[in-house]
Design a protein around this ligand. Sequence first.
Ligand SMILES: *[C@@H]1O[C@H](CO)[C@@H](O)[C@H](O)[C@H]1NC(C)=O
Ligand SMILES: *[C@@H]1O[C@H](CO)[C@@H](O)[C@H](O)[C@H]1NC(C)=O
Ligand SMILES: *[C@@H]1O[C@H](CO)[C@@H](O)[C@H](O)[C@H]1NC(C)=O
Ligand SMILES: *[C@@H]1O[C@H](CO)[C@@H](O)[C@H](O)[C@H]1NC(C)=O
Ligand SMILES: *[C@@H]1O[C@H](CO)[C@@H](O)[C@H](O)[C@H]1NC(C)=O
Length: 490
Amino acid sequence: MSHGPSHDPLKSSMFFVYPEKVRDIFVLATRIAVLVCLVSSISFVLFIAFYPRSPYIRFKSVPYRDAGGDPHPTTTNISHVLFGIGGSAKTWNTRRVYSSLWWEPNTTRGVVWLDENPRNINDSNNEIYGPEYRVSSPDWTRFKFSSSRSAVRIARIIRDSFNQKLPNVRWFVMGDDDTVYFTENLVSVLAKYDHREMWYIGGNSESVEQDVMHAYGMAFGGGGFAVSYPLAEKLVSILDGCLDRYYYFYGSDQRIWACITEIGVPLVQHPGFHQFDIRGDPYGILAAHPIAPLVSFHHLDYVAPIFPDKTQTDSVKVLMGAYRADPPRILQQSFCYDINRKWSFLIAWGYTIQIYPLLLTPFHLQTPLQTFKTWRSWSNGPFTFNTRPPPPDPCQQPALYFLDRVDKVGVAGTQTSYKMAQADKKCNSTNHTNVMAVKRITVSSLKMPPDYWQKAPQRQCCEILDHGRIKDSSLRIRVRKCRQWENVGV
Ligand SMILES: *[C@@H]1O[C@H](CO)[C@@H](O)[C@H](O)[C@H]1NC(C)=O
Ligand SMILES: *[C@@H]1O[C@H](CO)[C@@H](O)[C@H](O)[C@H]1NC(C)=O
Ligand SMILES: *[C@@H]1O[C@H](CO)[C@@H](O)[C@H](O)[C@H]1NC(C)=O
Ligand SMILES: *[C@@H]1O[C@H](CO)[C@@H](O)[C@H](O)[C@H]1NC(C)=O
Ligand SMILES: *[C@@H]1O[C@H](CO)[C@@H](O)[C@H](O)[C@H]1NC(C)=O
């Protein structure tokens, strides 16, 4: 267009330079248009006349069909989740106790994938109801690897799971044979996301050294992670080609992350997934859970039992008892104060209570006590969250109480009771001795509604009942929604 004889930009347009030609073209174009219109109208009339149903059906967009084929999906529930558990024939006999703690026969769906058929499974152990096992599809041995061959097999569990082509699967949840899930909470997290889109949800490691060595943006497999159906479909289609590109990675979870990175889907980090890359006593983390539902635990064989004087398995059973009574509330913190006595209370519901013989701000109380070390180097940090050291002065240390019993109160309430643990260190100050006179604390609360975590998260408040009267060495507390103008702080 800029090649016309005139330098006037307007006039250099076709219209000004070649008016007759344009007219000819216009006339021709009009004729063609009339002809096209005529032909299409005739076709349309004929189409309507001979098409058996309304032609407009053809113009409806085709909705995404998940395995259930439902264009207006119902709320996600446990039936929509398919678990893929990475195990091995060698460890299954001892590890399967962990899946039995959370697995609900005839409700939970999924399989433990093993490298070969296990020998000497102890079937006389009737207490163990867990998922069934299956042997991974055999071609995994043909892939390149540098450090861990089984990582390839475990990365391909998502493929083996997908290829079962089971109906009504919205989410594939991958984890280890020592991952313990709190499935109601897992479902309430997943239900917030549209499973018809591509989602990758999980958590990274607590130990910064691990995140640096592997990746901050990857879901660590031990804490479990969720992949929505469409992402799983895409992932499975590229997986085998992708695995050889990342043969030098250590774990299966890092391979999956790298392949999802190629698709371009980021990790949605959720603070309820716990890889538990820590050593020592997990108490500090459990007593200061983020304001989010507890979804999973891992590495329970590597950390101290979460309840004193109990095995780890029995500990998890006790915690599960409270969880079943009020799933969204498990481990949730509340803080309250006895202003006259200058005492601070920290409640981690269903697990523990701490009473400090001094006034501490909520900011202080919500920071985990560092009772643990990093995973790899057993160092004092750094972690992906702040910690506070346990106070060295025994007179500033809290009295500790642990869950002792759980009772349902009617259909809507619970009462949990916490018993004092033996304190290791002695402090003779009267303030501390007065705290030690409280041997038991009972906490009453209404159950959190099932949609509690679908809304904006907020910590609940608590109040000390009976004006703080200690009766039979026992105190009563109520946990409830905070009132509109209530502020917790001292
Ligand atoms: C989950 O929802 C589906 C409908 O999408 C329903 O058929 C199924 O019974 C539900 N499962 C549970 C355990 O509620
Ligand atoms: C699971 O379902 C099967 C068949 O429906 C039944 O025989 C079995 O008792 C059920 N198991 C449990 C633990 O409910
Ligand atoms: C199998 O389990 C039963 C019941 O828990 C136990 O008594 C028995 O010692 C176990 N046998 C083996 C070989 O582990
Ligand atoms: C605390 O009490 C213990 C014995 O109960 C005693 O040995 C110790 O000296 C006391 N410490 C203080 C600071 O009073
Ligand atoms: C004990 O509590 C009182 C206030 O109730 C406080 O003035 C005093 O400093 C406390 N003593 C110790 C050792 O913490």
